[in-house]
Design a protein around this ligand. Structure first.
Ligand SMILES: Cc1cc2nc3c(=O)[nH]c(=O)nc-3n(C[C@H](O)[C@H](O)[C@H](O)COP(=O)(O)O)c2cc1C
Length: 331
């Protein structure tokens, strides 16, 4: 049974990757995941705000009062060459994880604007990441800001990151673009090697005791996989780019569905947080059993077998299925 697959031009021994979460912020947990058979990991994100905070803190420390000694400025290193706290730890952890594991380690940067933080892509490359995942999460609240402007901002962030690294790049998408397929193509044209389909937004709620809004990173279930499957199936047939299925991958059956829809790999966060690192072994075992029973010999053989590759009018197909689902419901 050949479970190997290619994603972002990298080889993975099977299609199971641990997605960014607190679990992948711990080198011990990553080692456990590797021992359980995981094929790769995405580290938890380093945020633009963390990098900027660190750079500003260093500037403030170095240049406070230095105006009175103008010549002293020349003794100070450029702030670009300095790191501290969160961002420094991230690079140290990455280098350490890279040394202690044999699986591909994908780093994750999370930001929305152009600026000095994008230079961290270079430092992440130097620290030994195999690839870089870029999470651009922006909630527009200005009714005068039009969609194209926001989409251009996403592409600009990717271009800026691309300028600072030669690492394979994946963009972690969200499903809220008016036309995700067009954005997928724009990301590819701007240099993305892969897409993560999709990020799961943090949930908004209201704490009725405190009378205040709260936001939580909630855990998903298998029933959250629907949009992931839909868009893997559409994108596989339209854009020649690596795809990682993310959101709602919990079981071997979810992995099978995602691969058949066209995903090259699957990412799991909630399932591993819920069931622990040993869950990887269970999924791999069930995956092999299912493939053996159905006489599949490899992941490659299954990839995209239930995508929309051979469907000429994908929008009409989606519309017809939508109507059928509503009209055939029996109560
Ligand atoms: C507690 C928690 C922390 C997360 N941290 C990150 C993060 O640092 N960066 C990121 O891109 N996604 C992060 N995510 C999102 C996950 O990587 C993933 O995209 C999402 O949970 C959907 O996948 P799942 O259904 O397997 O959980 C986090 C998710 C959870 C639950």
């Amino acid at each position: 049974m050949n479970l190997s697959t290619t994603y972002l031009g990298l080889e993975f021994k099977n299609p199971l990757i641990a997605g960014a979460s607190p679990l992948t912020g711990s080198s011990d947990k990553i080692k456990e995941l590797e021992d359980a058979g995981i094929a790769g990991v995405v580290l938890h994100s380093l945020f633009e705000e963390q990098i900027n905070h660190d750079l500003h803190a260093v500037d403030h420390f170095l240049f406070q009062g230095s105006d009175s000694f103008a010549e002293s400025l020349s003794y100070f290193p450029e702030s670009d060459h300095l790191e501290s706290s969160e961002s420094e730890h991230y690079l140290e952890d990455l280098a350490e994880i890279k040394r202690s594991t044999d699986i591909p380690v994908i780093a994750s940067l999370n930001g929305v604007s152009s600026g000095g933080w994008v230079k961290y892509a270079k430092k992440i490359q130097e620290a030994g990441a195999a690839a870089l995942e870029l999470n651009i999460t922006y909630i527009p609240t200005d009714p005068m800001q039009d969609a194209r402007e926001i989409e251009n901002m996403y592409v600009k962030v990717l271009e800026d990151i691309k300028e600072n690294t030669t690492l394979p790049l994946a963009v972690k998408m969200n499903p809220y673009f008016t036309n995700p397929a067009q954005m997928a193509k724009r990301f590819k044209d701007a240099g993305a090697n892969g897409l993560v389909v999709f990020d799961n937004p943090v949930q908004v709620d209201i704490d009725l005791d405190e009378l205040s809004p709260v936001q939580r990173a909630n855990l998903t279930t298998s029933s959250s996989i629907s949009e992931t499957l839909r868009w893997c199936a559409i994108l596989h047939s339209m854009v020649d780019i690596s795809l990682a299925a993310s959101t709602g991958v919990h079981t071997a059956k979810d992995v099978l569905k995602a691969v058949m829809s066209g995903a090259d790999v699957t990412q799991m966060a909630s399932a591993l947080l819920k069931h622990g690192t040993g869950h990887v072994q269970t999924i791999l075992k069930e995956l092999e059993e299912w493939m053996e029973e159905k006489e599949y010999v490899s992941i490659e053989q299954m990839k995209g077998s239930i995508s929309l590759d051979h469907c000429d009018n994908k929008a009409a197909y989606e519309r017809a299925n939508y109507m059928r689902a509503l009209l055939t419901y029996r109560f």
